[in-house]
Design a protein around this ligand. Structure first.
Ligand code: CAA
Length: 246
């Protein structure tokens, strides 16, 4: 995930937010607005549209998102996809009311939330334009996208601990990579929220440092291989290296 803290308005400047529905096989969308935007109609546009529930990600909504993504993926005119919410909420998480009475057997047996992964498997670039709450599943949903453009009022968090559960759609993994282990653990263990600005700063401070540490370890590890010795020796001896994958 790359997180850019700038006005989502910039991104959406050329995009009219007038609700337009594109019909799909089986009828219109109930929980999202779907359109193709831009002069060349080459930007797939999905707006989460459950304002009364702060775009809580109920099963129906996520099924529709999957369907819209499939449609855009297959549409040769479409080069990139934007997913957005409202000024108040990108999404306030998975739908707690829908989850409230689920049993372990239902979750495990039905592989609950597995279909959300569609967002991260789309081949075309997917951009999340986030303002307001991006909490729990909302934060995870945004992090599944390739790029996040976050507005000034964006707030990210994984408050599942406050519900007696844990992130269930990749939050513990993607947040760690996005903002570093320390802040990710703090957010997951406290349920606190951070602004886009704080997330961006942490991304640079922590992830880069951790990435560098890993890179250094892997670099050092190459010194345990014969091929590294052969490559450097071949350079010094002005000949082509004979690598043996050892
Ligand atoms: N699920 C279902 N409904 C939700 C919801 C959610 N995640 N978040 C908000 N709503 C509903 C509220 O129940 C309320 O509905 P009613 O008017 O019918 O009561 C409506 O949206 C407005 O919410 P609030 O009145 O609470 O609005 P607020 O401005 O006072 O507070 C908020 C906003 C801080 C985001 C608060 O709504 C909140 O804390 N929401 C829950 C956030 C959360 O815990 N998300 C994680 C969900 S679990 C998850 O996502 C698991 C996972 O990893 C996939």
């Amino acid at each position: 995930m790359s997180l850019l803290c700038r006005s989502t308005g910039l991104l959406l400047k050329h995009i009219s937010l007038t609700p337009t529905f594109i019909s799909v096989a089986g009828g219109q969308y109930q929980y999202i607005l779907v359109d193709k935007k831009g002069e060349k109609k080459n930007v797939g546009f999905i707006q989460l549209n459950r304002p009364k529930a702060l775009n809580a990600l109920c099963d129906g909504l996520m099924m529709e998102v999957g369907k819209a993504l499939d449609t855009f993926e297959a549409d040769r005119e479409v080069g990139a996809i934007i997913i957005t919410g409202s000024e108040k909420a990108f999404a306030a998480g998975a739908d707690i009311k829908e989850m409230q009475n689920r049993t372990f057997q239902e979750c495990y047996g039905g592989n609950f939330l597995a279909h959300w992964n569609r967002v991260s498997t789309v081949k075309k670039p997917v951009i999340a334009a986030v303002n307001g709450f991006a909490l729990g599943g909302g934060c995870e949903f945004a992090m599944m996208c390739d790029i996040i453009y976050a507005g000034e009022k964006a707030q990210f968090g994984q408050p599942e601990i406050l519900l007696g559960t844990i992130p269930g759609a990749g939050g513990t993994q993607r947040l760690t990579r996005a903002v570093g282990k320390s802040l990710a653990m703090e957010l997951v263990l406290t349920g606190d929220r951070i602004s886009a600005q704080e997330a961006k700063q942490s991304a640079f401070e922590l992830t880069l440092a951790e990435g560098n540490r890993l890179e250094k370890r892997l670099f050092h590890a190459t010194f345990a291989t014969e091929d590294r010795k052969e490559g450097m020796t071949a350079f010094v001896e002005k000949r082509k290296a004979a690598f043996q994958d050892k």
